[in-house]
Design a protein around this ligand. Structure first.
Ligand code: 5GP
Length: 191
């Protein structure tokens, strides 16, 4: 998606070797007009797949997921990072290791909001090592729901998550795939 790549080149900054900061338009301050273009692109890619629910993880996926859901006319469920012990049986639960904070979270979704009748599109801002996406897929599987695929805004293709999940048969659609990046030379995209 050229508009997104241009924005990343103009406003993204690289920290160290593997962190891309896009907080001026994607995951702190949010450019909602850009989100609309992103949501429309996800619809073009997943139209006709029968998506009736969008699943994301708090916090930075929520805004993009909500704007995307307006194109699919369906609700958004976000997996919550849980601090408290939940009563067994009420929630699906899985563990996710955070790329940015390096710690492991329990994440939960209420069984009331995900079930075998659902066809789920997972949306997230970044794909790096794939832990967040694998956790969300685990929740979809626990619910007995169908997975249409994952829509990712920025995939760091030099990290292993995307390839590993595609090899497992998951349909991963990333709108910008970063081939390499450095503080000196900025970001280079795949194709
Ligand atoms: P993964 O679980 O695939 O390793 O990482 C995905 C999650 O980590 C995303 O939900 C995102 O919040 C965060 N993340 C991973 N890489 C980056 C990055 O380069 N920049 C920012 N801002 N967040 C990232």
């Amino acid at each position: 998606m050229e508009l997104l790549k241009r924005r990343i080149r103009e406003d993204g900054t690289v920290r160290g070797t593997d962190v891309l900061k896009v907080d001026s338009f994607l995951n702190h301050q949010m450019d909602v007009a850009l989100f609309e273009e992103i949501g429309g692109e996800f619809l073009r890619r997943f139209d006709g797949c029968g998506v009736n629910k969008i699943l994301t993880i708090e916090a930075s996926g929520i805004g993009i997921a909500c704007v995307t859901a307006q194109f699919f006319h369906c609700p958004v469920v976000f997996a919550k990072k849980s601090q408290t012990k939940n009563i067994a049986g009420e929630v699906y639960t899985t563990k996710v290791e955070s790329f940015t904070h390096g710690r492991v979270y329990d994440v939960i979704v209420s069984k009331r909001f995900l079930g075998p009748e659902d066809c789920v599109l997972i949306i997230d801002d970044f794909l790096a090592n794939g832990a967040a996406l694998e956790g969300l897929i685990d929740l979809v599987n626990q619910a007995g729901a169908r997975l249409a695929g994952a829509g990712i805004v920025i995939e760091k293709a030099f990290q292993p998550g995307g390839d590993r999940l595609r090899a497992k048969g998951v349909r991963v659609e990333s709108l910008a795939r970063v081939k390499s990046m450095s503080e000196e030379n900025g970001v280079e995209f795949v194709e």
